[in-house]
Design a protein around this ligand. Structure first.
Ligand SMILES: [Zn+2]
Ligand SMILES: [Zn+2]
Length: 390
């Protein structure tokens, strides 16, 4: 296409530090001056107009401009139709890039006879910003702090209570060892990793396949001075085994921060952090409620009636629990400091024991006799209180 040297600032006649408004003004002025309607048949004016349009297209888009400032080029719509090395890569629509978006200065353009292609040009511009938006972000020149990583770790009940050390495989961006994050090798050229040296990449947009000039290398297929290990990124993905120490008393959903174990930053920026969220499995009997342990234990009728000393399980082992005479079903007892150690307060929670009185299910005549005897001794209605209140 036109303007092969991509001297966009020179084309618009603006300094590199120009802001968006200066660029826009320069563009409007030059676009009017070289507009084909005002210069009928003037090939050089037409050429200038195209160059101005192209320059403005790149410099008016912050992402494209950033890429251009960094690499000294911006992929200038290297469609296969232009006859580049990618020509013949399957069917492609016949694209006409000579259409320009006049809407921006429609008021100033005299005559204004040729606006038919406006919509089409705008459409393609949208597609391009989609393509290169993402790519531009990858090629950020400024140092950027590495992203945080989130992992979920399953641990069982006892690991959570006692704490544990676990190994987790984490895939993260790491600083490239070859170039120490600079992305530069200091010597020679390497094959462009994005296009693998072909100079073009294909991209799908809906059902259409576009063949584009590689935005990384500008179509040369080579990157000068780039680190051959990481291809100039300064970072590489690596799967690493990280040892995670889960402190005693970890709760379900606890979030643990491992500083500096997130993705490496770019160009020497600090790395992000790694966050491990613990997912604690439920125990068959012990139920955790924060630092407290809840448990339901069965109680025989005579234990509840006469009182008893029973053994209940705790996370430390068996413990004696005194059941007072006349205990009712669902009553709760507190075993102080038999719960989970809280490493922040250095205090243990409690264990709450709920009793579930088991009804006798007599299979022998003697037991039935005893129960009948009890019934005779207590002829009062156990639901009397309810009746009095209903
Ligand atoms: Zn490297
Ligand atoms: Zn390339």
């Amino acid at each position: 296409m036109a303007n092969p040297k991509h001297e966009y600032y020179e084309t618009l006649g603006v300094p590199r530090k120009s802001d968006a408004e200066e660029i826009r003004k320069a563009y409007r002025k030059l676009a009017r001056k070289y507009h084909p309607d005002l210069n009928p048949g003037d090939k050089s004016a037409e050429e200038r107009f195209k160059n101005v349009q192209e320059a403005y297209d790149v410099l008016s888009d912050p992402k494209k401009r950033q890429m251009y400032d960094q690499f000294g080029f911006y992929s200038d719509s290297g469609f296969a139709g232009a006859g580049g090395p990618g020509a013949g890569q399957g069917p492609h629509p016949n694209m006409d890039f000579s259409g320009f978006d006049f809407s921006d200065f429609a008021g100033g353009a005299a005559g204004g006879g040729r606006r038919a292609q406006t919509a089409g040009a705008g459409g393609f511009r949208d597609i391009f910003s989609q393509f290169f938006g993402g790519r531009g972000a990858e090629a950020q020149p400024e140092p950027e702090k590495g992203g945080d990583l989130e992992y979920v770790m399953d641990i069982d009940f006892w690991q959570a209570i006692k704490g544990t050390t676990a190994r987790v495989n984490i895939t993260r961006y790491e600083v490239c060892e070859t170039c120490h994050g600079t992305g530069s090798s200091g010597t020679g050229e390497v094959t462009c990793p994005q296009c693998k040296g072909t100079g073009h990449v294909s991209q799908m947009a809906g059902a259409m396949k576009f063949n584009l000039t590689c935005p990384r290398c500008g179509g040369s297929g080579k990157l000068s001075n780039a680190c051959p290990t990481c291809g100039g990124d300064g970072r590489m993905t690596r799967t690493e085994t990280v040892e995670i120490r889960i402190p005693p008393g970890a709760r379900n959903g606890s979030r643990l921060r491992v500083p500096g174990k997130g993705n490496a930053g770019t160009h020497g920026a600090p790395p992000g952090d790694l966050y491990i969220t613990t997912k604690v499995e439920e125990h068959a009997f012990f139920h955790r409620d924060g630092d407290n342990i809840e448990i339901t234990v069965p109680l025989a009728v005579w234990e509840a009636g006469l009182g008893a000393k029973i053994e209940v399980p705790t996370i430390d082992g068996r413990t004696q629990l005194k059941i007072p005479q006349g205990t009712s079903n669902g009553q709760k007892f507190r075993l102080r400091e038999k719960g989970v150690l809280n490493t922040r307060t250095n205090q243990r929670g409690d264990q709450i024991v709920e009793v579930a009185i088991q009804a006798p299910d007599p299979h022998d005549e003697r037991t039935r006799e005893l129960l009948r005897e009890m019934a005779k001794l207590h002829p009062n209605d156990p639901r009397a209180e309810i009746w009095s209140k209903v």
